[in-house]
Design a protein around this ligand. Structure first.
Ligand SMILES: *Cc1c(COP(=O)(O)O)cnc(C)c1O
Length: 381
């Protein structure tokens, strides 16, 4: 039985919601986006701003811009992440400083962050790897001591908690979620910036739409001076459509249920793969909630087979898998710019050479999980 790496989890409620927008006469940012933002802020527990954007990447760009990051500044980013986490600093002319990750959580290593700080450092951008919360308390203490801001790349981590608090309400400068097609909830393409700071929210809202001083929807609301607006900066075109927001609202309503199903699959993997020479991803600390976006496994150093052997077994059985991630210091652009070697990132490099991400998605059936477990177990026998 073939098992895909990912399958969408969409039902009639999503299809109806999107069709309703198509019939409504309003496609771009409007009432659905406003409602999505309101409901997302509520899902965070309230008391925060939620600003819908057309991707996590654009949201991260806006957050770094709102932090005033520019040429000459340095931004500390984990080596083991998707390039979007780092590239947004370059959009603004800032330099990226890569830091190694912790061997257990694969989130940025706070001690490596401390070692990476220079007088030019402005921000730390942790990633909640795979949906497991990074060590925010420790990072916040470091940031406070050195006058840095934290912008969380929460692309993997909705819904999740860390240190007993929902990811998105730790009081960092901003937290940015992704609703890309294969993320934990999706709008096709989309993202959300969450911040408790009024002025950060204001700047992100303005820069999300050309630097206009108010939203297009309000502009077309028909007050007699509706054409009046000011341009306060050369902003971007990063707003979300109402079509996408309608999809997001229905996914949001199902988010905890979808997470519970991923958690069930993760628990089945952890049970079924126990005892093999594989390190399994840790669950969240007691009382915390893992989003379970990824299920990354890693062969132990003394495992009798190599990652390539696992790949062959999975390929033969028609089971999808991925690798998260090739460390950024090895990518041509980043290597060309900073010229950093594997020796600077022993944890990320060693992890990368032995890791595989197994299928994990809310629409996954128990028999599909069992099939993956069987194929992996057989690869060792
Ligand atoms: C998916 C992803 C992004 C980018 O999200 P988009 O919404 O596609 O822009 C950024 N960071 C990480 C860690 C991701 O996995």
């Amino acid at each position: 039985m073939a098992v895909p790496y990912f399958r969408l989890d969409l039902d009639e409620s999503e299809i109806e919601a999107v069709v309703k927008v198509l019939r409504s006469g309003w496609l771009t940012t409007g009432p659905e986006c406003a409602a999505f933002e309101r409901e997302f802020a509520e899902a965070m527990g309230g008391g925060v701003h939620a600003i819908a954007v057309n991707s996590n990447t654009s949201g991260m760009h806006l957050a770094l811009e709102a932090a005033g990051i520019g040429p000459g500044d340095e931004v500390i980013v984990p080596d083991l992440t998707f390039t979007a986490t780092a590239e947004v600093a370059r959009y603004l002319g800032a330099e990226v400083v890569f830091a190694d990750v912790l061997p257990d959580t694969l989130c940025i290593d706070p001690q490596e962050v401390v070692r990476s700080i220079t007088p030019r450092t402005k921000a730390i951008v942790p990633v909640h790897f795979g949906g497991l919360g990074a060590n925010l308390e420790e990072l916040q203490a470091i940031a406070a001591q050195h006058g840095l801001v934290i912008i969380e790349d929460a692309a993997h981590s909705f819904p999740a908690t860390a240190g007993g608090k929902t990811i998105g309400r730790h009081g960092t400068f901003a937290t940015v979620f992704s609703f890309y097609a294969n993320k934990t909830i999706t709008t096709g393409e989309g993202g959300m910036i969450v911040t408790a700071d009024d002025s950060v929210a204001q700047r992100c809202r303005t820069m999300r739409l050309h630097g206009i001083d108010r939203d297009a929807f309000r502009r077309f609301q028909g007050d007699s001076a509706g054409w009046r607006y000011d341009i306060v900066a050369p902003g971007f075109k990063y707003n979300l459509t109402d079509i996408a927001a309608a999809l997001g609202r229905t996914q949001l309503a199902r988010a905890l249920d979808m997470r519970a199903r991923r958690a069930e699959s993760a628990a089945a993997y952890r049970k079924g793969l126990a005892g093999l020479p594989i390190e399994l991803p840790p669950d969240a600390a007691d009382g915390d909630m893992h989003a379970w976006h990824l299920f990354p496994i890693r062969l132990t150093l003394d495992a009798p087979i190599k990652r390539q052997d696992l790949e062959t077994a999975l390929n033969t059985a028609g089971i999808g898998y991925s690798v998260h991630y090739t460390p950024l210091h090895r990518m041509s652009y980043w290597h060309g710019r900073y010229g950093l070697g594997d020796n600077r990132f022993p944890v990320a490099t060693s992890y990368f050479e032995r890791c595989l991400s197994l299928p994990l998605f809310s629409a996954m059936r128990p028999d599909e999980v069992e099939e993956v477990i069987t194929v992996i177990r057989n690869a060792f026998s």
